[in-house]
Design a protein around this ligand. Structure first.
Ligand code: ADP
Ligand code: MG
Length: 393
């Protein structure tokens, strides 16, 4: 689960990670109150969306920059008015962009140098890793690709926690002065404590900055949490912003369906993640494009199948449906009756190819045949995939 920068900064403050003072606003009426909390000096106005690259982004109406420096509070108000409700496109949002529903005013900092700092789980070593670089502010992927020697990593033994010697290694690698180092120590220690205690999946500070008076501050904050641990953190779960999530994915999560929207036009309904992956592969293999990943799970109920079908049919991109079921635990007849019930409820105006195999398959096929619906039968995965690709072409 992702949160906004302004929410992440509030958490940073709670854990003693220094950030510039800031205040968020969700409507133009809130601008004055938010700005009233800040000093009468230069302000940076920041669009709050769940995507990075805002500074270099462009709004769909041509307004440039999702992060803007303003000399006065009055300028900040004008800029915020242009951002709020506008749609920001960045390298991370995709071409459709994201609508800005919150703006964040922060006190502008005097930047001496920008650094990169992140804490995340390294799956290869099963340990948290701190990633740091002197090349902050720009795209870290580019630095990692072009000049990998400028990326420094420290792996942390979760049983011991972050060692002081490891912080010294980081400070040495970042070439900080003694005073900067002292301040960075506090930031890194507290950031790690936050990462650990909140069950974060990733905490990224890009840039972390030094100022002319040797302060060290987190200027940007991107934080995501391990969804499996959210039950332990109701105060973090409360930060979830449904407006930032795909409405189809929210609907699917209500029914415990694993659903991810994709760009193609062939919807897939599959039981089991492995089968879902190979279904997408085989669609691609025969020249088609999957519209989604949808795993109804090993023991889906009829209600789940109906919900899954409704989600699929609610996507205007979908031009055909491929149901691929291997009944191990799953009863093919449950899928079949679910499909029939869903189609009767919402109608079906696009081709549907079904490949059923396994547990109770004869009854399932009978239920489909008896329904009187126009359903194309696929004998094998390859046969079914070829049929659906042809039908949507
Ligand atoms: P994004 O990564 O989405 O582009 P950032 O928060 O990193 O957004 O902002 C982009 C750039 O804007 C930063 O690299 C920094 O140079 C500048 N910036 C952001 N916040 C401030 C601030 N409070 N004071 C001064 N400059 C800032
Ligand atoms: Mg940034």
């Amino acid at each position: 689960m992702n949160i906004h920068e302004y929410q992440a900064k509030a958490l940073f403050e709670k854990f003693g990670v220094p950030v510039p003072k800031g205040a968020a606003a969700k409507s133009a009426e809130e601008f004055d109150a938010a700005l009233g909390q800040l000093a009468d000096a230069a302000i940076v106005v920041k669009s709050q969306i769940h995507a990075g690259g805002r500074g270099k982004g462009t709004f769909t109406d041509g307004f440039k920059g999702g992060v803007k420096f303003c000399k006065t509070k009055n300028d900040a108000k004008i800029v915020a008015g242009k951002m709020l409700g506008n749609t920001l496109v960045t390298i991370q949002t995709g071409p459709d962009g994201r609508k800005v529903q919150t703006v964040y005013f922060t006190q502008a900092s005097d930047i001496k140098k920008e650094y990169y700092l992140a804490i995340l789980l390294d799956r290869a070593t099963s340990r948290p890793v701190i990633v740091a670089s002197t090349e902050g502010g720009v795209e870290i992927e580019k630095v990692a690709h072009d000049t990998p020697e400028k990326i420094f990593k420290v792996h942390i033994d979760p049983a011991y926690g972050l060692g002081d010697y490891q912080i010294r290694q980081l400070i040495y690698a970042l070439e900080l002065t003694p005073t900067e180092g002292k301040n960075a120590t506090k930031l890194i220690k507290n950031l790690y404590r936050m990462y650990w205690e909140t069950d974060a999946a990733m905490v990224e500070v890009n840039p972390m900055i030094t100022t002319p008076d040797d302060q060290v501050l987190a200027l940007d904050a991107k934080v995501s949490f391990d969804a499996n641990a959210l039950y332990r953190h109701p105060e973090i779960t409360a930060l979830r912003d449904l407006a930032e999530e795909d409405s189809k994915e929210i609907e699917a999560s209500k029914f415990n369906l694993s659903y991810i929207a994709l760009d193609g036009n062939i919807a897939c309904l599959v039981n089991g993640a492995g089968l879902a992956m190979s279904t997408m592969d085989i669609i691609k293999h025969f020249g088609g494009n999957p519209a989604n990943f949808l795993d109804v799970g090993g023991g889906a109920s009829k209600d789940q199948v109906v919900a899954a079908f409704k989600i699929i049919l609610g996507d205007p991109k979908v031009k055909g449906i491929f149901v691929n079921i291997f009944g191990g635990i799953m009863d093919c007849n449950v899928i079949a009756t679910g499909i029939v019930a869903a189609v009767k409820e919402v109608g079906l105006s696009i081709p549907l190819v079904v490949r059923l195999e396994g547990n109770n398959v004869a009854m399932g096929k009978q239920a489909l045949a008896d329904s009187g619906l126009t359903i194309v039968n696929g004998d094998t995965m390859a046969d079914a995939a070829q049929k659906i690709v042809k039908l949507v072409a």
